[in-house]
Design a protein around this ligand. Structure first.
Ligand code: B4P
Length: 191
């Protein structure tokens, strides 16, 4: 198995690049943001609980997200690998993911970290808010709260993987194709 993490602040292009990466490498996309939004659409108890946090730009509690990812991994036996998008977002999530993958003898091969300036992030998310229908994209205060959550709780996750020499930083500004090529170069060097 070949397991990757696509990392970066909200709006850094994780969702956008994930689509292209899974097509090229044939691995399974697991986005906690998408999984949570699907729970909200289906009005499950988990979704209703998660929405309270997401609407404020806050992270959903670790136990909720870890349980969700654990069952998604179990439901996808036999895949070539996973592309984790938007997960892990805290050190507790990173440690939990390592334990889950240890059981499958398939550790994380690489974390790709997209780097984008804060002003560009806000601009992209406000623009997406015009059409996405996502309540967390429509208001600049909520967008900035998400970026603050990233700085306070998520950025340190890269340090966790850095100690195992698994982090590669890729410039996340410029054309989608150029950024994609930058990501592929790092992956191909590790394959
Ligand atoms: P996510 O769904 O993960 O959303 P995101 O980080 O906001 O977006 P992403 O990074 O994928 O967007 P993209 O850049 O592709 O999370 C939403 C919420 O769910 C979180 O705030 C949190 O509450 C909760 N959550 C999710 N996972 C969690 C976890 N593990 N633990 C706790 N809570 C969790 O796209 C942004 C825009 O930029 C798009 O419109 C795109 O078209 C545009 N864009 C992309 N690349 C571009 C480029 N190169 N140039 C110009 N525009 C570009």
């Amino acid at each position: 198995m070949f397991n990757l993490i696509l990392f970066g602040p909200p709006g850094s292009g994780k969702g956008t690049q994930s689509e292209k990466l899974i097509n090229k490498y044939g691995i399974k996309h697991l986005s906690t943001g998408d999984l949570l939004r699907s729970e909200i659409t289906h009005q499950t108890a988990l979704g209703l609980e998660a929405k309270k946090f997401m609407d404020k730009g806050q992270l959903v509690p670790d136990e909720v997200v870890i349980g969700m990812i654990s069952s998604a991994i179990d439901q996808n036996e036999g895949v070539k690998g996973f592309l984790f998008d938007g997960f892990p977002r805290t050190s507790a999530q990173a440690e939990a993911l390592d334990k889950l993958l240890e059981l499958k003898n398939a550790p994380i091969a690489l974390m790709l970290a997209l780097e984008v300036s804060e002003e560009e992030l806000v601009k992209r998310l406000m623009k997406r808010g015009e059409t996405s229908g996502r309540s967390d994209d429509t208001n600049e205060t909520i967008i900035r709260a998400r970026i603050t959550e990233y700085r306070n709780k998520t950025a340190a996750v890269a340090d966790y993987y850095r100690q195992f020499d698994k982090v590669k930083i890729v410039k996340g500004e410029g054309s989608i194709e150029d950024i994609f090529n930058g990501l592929c170069n790092e992956i191909d060097a590790r394959l």
